[in-house]
Design a protein around this ligand. Structure first.
Ligand code: ADP
Ligand code: XUL
Length: 541
């Protein structure tokens, strides 16, 4: 039986999962997470982010991610109790959009890593920029406007790359770096995504980017699967020489380098191209055919589904990425996910247990009380100035605020996913908060669809391990369908069914929520009469 290792280097943690697969025998044999704040306190991150005076700026440390990878491999070799000589392939997922800047020393340095020394001590001389901007950054509005205008507008950019210009996307981030630190940009020989940076550390050479994660940069011609000359020129001078190559998602990009083999006694297993956490989650929740959607409740909340052909959101709020199957994926990202839930939990001195109890004990519809939980600048809908808005909601009422944050998040996923055109019959739920059944009940009721809870909550790491398996099979010349790849790992362990009376309540609340959102964005009248009409059970018309 062979072993396959999948990583997820997310905002807050590094998770690794080892799968054992032999025919229909399939199981998870090892799983471990390292938390960045807790296990690597010397970097000083908070929820995985370095402190900054400017609330729009969000960065993290590439050295932290590398140190976590090194420590994880040590734990795997020491604690896993599995015969690692059977490890055939490794792949990974990483938080999307973040970028790592390496200098000329990296190409040779990556190939000469000394297995007797910690990885991190050998990397600092290879970075041309100490920090990596990450997906939570919203400081590049000016650069977004400049890039969009240079390619003929945001509609043209969305048709070309799958998304209009977004602050957190890599292209606008690179442009900002080029403008603000031209000498640092000039000293940069290669710009990696978090995914291709970590893959480079594994193979001891610059790794390629794959199209799932490459589509999150505003730089890739989505339909052609190539870097776009127009987009690169609109972003920064000389960028075509600094980007890694693009390679198909299932490519074997190298083998575990001598560093890993000698340091931890690992075999020289194949390394399959790393991808973004969302494209890997698509596989890890089993969405290998169209018609169902996934919702991930992680640091960000995301809603996603497989598309056979690229289709663009006319409202410009969402993205189309490449999918590991060679198809496409639609994605809507909400920044105020778990951290917003935690802010409400902590504001009322609750633990998750008490939070869930208040959620269960309050009525669906919350008597019309609505919160817009924009604790941080929001991606969907775009909100640059953070600030929580409350309509008909008393900030002192703990129970109503708990329900309000969850209902708002679920109503937002329903409101901003309509463009995908899929009638949602089932939702595959994943991410840290998907273990919370009270939250999943609100999800089922708002969407009027069954929510499936999966055995492995870490869908991005699981998807990466399954991609490692698939890539290795393809490399061996074996034809394997994606249904067969995911079989045995993505069957639901529980189904949360919608309650018809609650579904009816939310049908009435959706227009109230939409009116509150429009008002908060400065695009609609005061929704108070609608809130009051909902509360008194009167038809607002
Ligand atoms: P990411 O991969 O984006 O770093 P995860 O998917 O691991 O994040 O989710 C981590 C989050 O899960 C934590 O920030 C926490 O808020 C949330 N979480 C963990 N347990 C619960 C729970 N019982 N109820 C709600 N949220 C939870
Ligand atoms: C997706 C996005 C987030 C990150 C989180 O566009 O920005 O989901 O990938 O890790």
């Amino acid at each position: 039986m062979s072993l396959y290792l999948g990583f997820d280097s997310s905002t807050q943690s590094l998770t690794g999962i080892v799968l054992e697969i032999g025919g229909s025998e399939r199981r998870v044999v090892f799983q471990r997470s390292l938390n960045f704040d807790r296990d690597f306190p010397h970097y000083g991150t908070q929820s995985g982010v370095l402190p900054h005076a400017d609330p729009l700026v969000a960065t993290s440390s590439p050295l932290l991610w590398a140190e976590a990878l090194d420590r994880f491999m040590g734990i795997l070799a020491r604690d896993s109790k599995v015969d690692l000589s059977r490890l055939r392939a490794v792949s990974g997922a990483a938080q999307q959009h973040g970028s790592v800047y390496l200098n000329i020393a990296a190409a040779a340095g990556l190939g000469r890593l000394d297995p007797r020394q910690p990885l991190v001590a050998q990397l600092s001389g290879m970075l041309s920029r100490a920090e990596a901007p990450i997906w939570m950054d919203s400081s590049t509005t000016a650069q977004c406007a400049a890039i969009a205008s240079a390619v003929g507008g945001n509609d043209a950019l969305a048709r070309l790359t799958g998304s209009r210009a977004f602050e957190r996307f890599t292209g606008p981030q690179i442009r900002k770096y080029h403008e603000q630190d031209p000498s640092g940009y000039a000293a940069t020989e290669r710009i990696h995504l978090v995914s291709s940076f970590l893959a480079s550390l594994l193979i001891g050479a610059h790794a390629p980017i794959e199209p799932g994660d490459g589509a999150g940069m505003n730089l890739m011609d989505l339909a052609a699967g190539r870097w776009s000359g127009v987009a690169m020129r609109a972003t920064a001078a000389g960028l075509d020489r600094k980007l890694p190559e693009l390679a198909p998602s299932w490519s074997v990009i190298g083998r575990l380098s001598r560093f890993w083999v000698e340091r931890y006694g690992l075999p020289p297993a194949s390394v399959i191209a790393w991808s973004g956490d969302n494209p890997c989650s698509l596989i890890g929740v089993g969405l290998v055919t169209p018609g169902r959607i996934g919702i991930s409740l992680g640091t960000s909340d995301t809603l996603f589904g497989l598309l056979r052909a690229p289709r663009i959101d006319p409202a410009g709020a969402s993205h189309v990425f490449g999918a590991a199957t060679g198809d496409y994926m639609a994605l809507v990202c909400f920044k105020n996910g778990s951290l917003a839930r935690e802010r409400v939990r902590d504001a009322y001195g609750l633990e998750w247990h008490g939070f869930s109890r208040l959620l269960r004990d309050t009525p669906p519809g919350n008597r019309g009380a609505i919160m817009l939980p924009w604790f941080e600048p929001e991606v969907t809908p775009p909100v640059l100035e953070a600030g929580v808005r409350r309509y008909g909601l008393d900030a002192g009422d703990a129970a109503a605020n708990v329900r309000a944050v969850i209902e708002a998040q679920m109503l937002a996923t329903a409101r901003h996913a309509g463009w995908m055109g899929e009638r949602v019959v089932a939702i595959h739920a994943t991410g840290g908060a998907a273990q919370n059944r009270a939250i999943l009940q609100v999800m089922a009721d708002v969407h009027g669809a069954e929510v499936r809870q999966l055995a492995v909550a870490e869908s991005a790491a699981l998807g990466a391990a399954l991609r490692a398996f698939h890539g290795e099979q393809v490399a061996q010349g074996r034809e394997i369908g994606w249904e067969e790849v995911v079989a045995g790992f993505v069957e639901p362990v529980a189904r949360v069914r919608p309650d018809p009376s609650s579904v009816a309540v939310y049908a009435g609340l959706k227009p109230v929520y939409a009116a509150c959102e429009a008002h908060a964005l400065g695009r609609g009248p005061d929704p108070t009469p609608l809130v009051e009409a909902f509360r008194s059970g009167l038809d607002p018309d």
